[in-house]
Design a protein around this ligand. Structure first.
Ligand code: PRT
Length: 203
């Protein structure tokens, strides 16, 4: 565990041989174990080279961490970052898969005679409209950059591009997972290297 000490906390630890700290929130001295009777019995203390940190060397009566583990430092930063990455990746994938599934449902609904009006159905039935929309939405995504406008609509323009392109994927019977797989395969190679390797095989 880690705690703060002031001069009094250190003096108390030296005389009592029980790990004592200074509670910054309560502005009081605090001896670990004073309420639970689970003390840390101090054998020695070390200060570092510039004397701004101290190690208490002691034996706790029971595991020090309130979780019951031997140490409070049981969470690896690497694991934490991985967990966060996995959560973010799952959310992104769930969004794309869910949109893909809605688009597929709309395609199935085309077979039925009646059904709610649907933009997806209109796109699925009219490839000229679909391609025109993809080009128009891509243009709308680029325009604020070219015309130095603010980026308040960029996320929404990108969503339009993705949605319309995903309807095209459905028409071509290509899964979003196939697209993601291609992107993953490209992780290990720069675009410049890839282009150069194409030029050398083409010549
Ligand atoms: N993500 C979208 C989505 N993004 C954009 N759009 C529609 O795409 C159309 C774009 O056409 P427009 O160019 O006229 O719209 P605009 O770009 O705002 O207008 P302009 O000023 O550029 O002309 C609008 O009707 C939007 O509502 C979308 N329509 C549907 N979806 C998804 O598909 C699901 C099913 O939708 P329906 O098939 O309509 O039931 C929805 O619940 C959404 O999850």
């Amino acid at each position: 565990m880690q705690g703060f000490v002031n001069k009094d906390a250190l003096a108390t630890t030296i005389t009592s041989r029980k790990a004592t700290f200074f509670s910054q929130s309560g502005a009081t001295l605090w001896t670990k174990g004073e309420t639970s009777n689970n003390f840390i019995n101090i054998y020695d203390m070390f200060v570092d080279c510039d004397r701004d940190s101290i190690i208490y060397l002691g034996k706790p009566d029971v595991p020090t961490c309130h979780t019951g583990l031997e140490t409070c430092y049981f969470t690896s930063i690497g694991d934490l970052l991985k967990e966060q990455e996995v959560e973010e990746t799952n959310l992104a994938l769930t969004t794309l898969y869910s949109l893909e599934s809605t688009i597929s449902k709309r395609e199935l609904e085309l077979a039925g005679k009646h059904g709610k009006p649907s933009w997806t159905k209109r796109l699925l039935l009219d490839e000229n409209l679909l391609c025109a929309k993809i080009r128009a939405e891509a243009d709308e995504l680029c325009r604020p950059l070219e015309e130095k406008e603010d980026s308040s609509c960029t996320a929404s323009e990108m969503a339009n591009v993705i949605y319309h392109a995903m309807v095209l994927l459905r028409r071509k019977d290509v899964k979003i997972e196939n697209v993601l797989e291609v992107l993953r395969r490209r992780f290990s190679q720069s675009g410049i290297e890839e282009k150069q390797s194409r030029a050398s095989t083409e010549s």
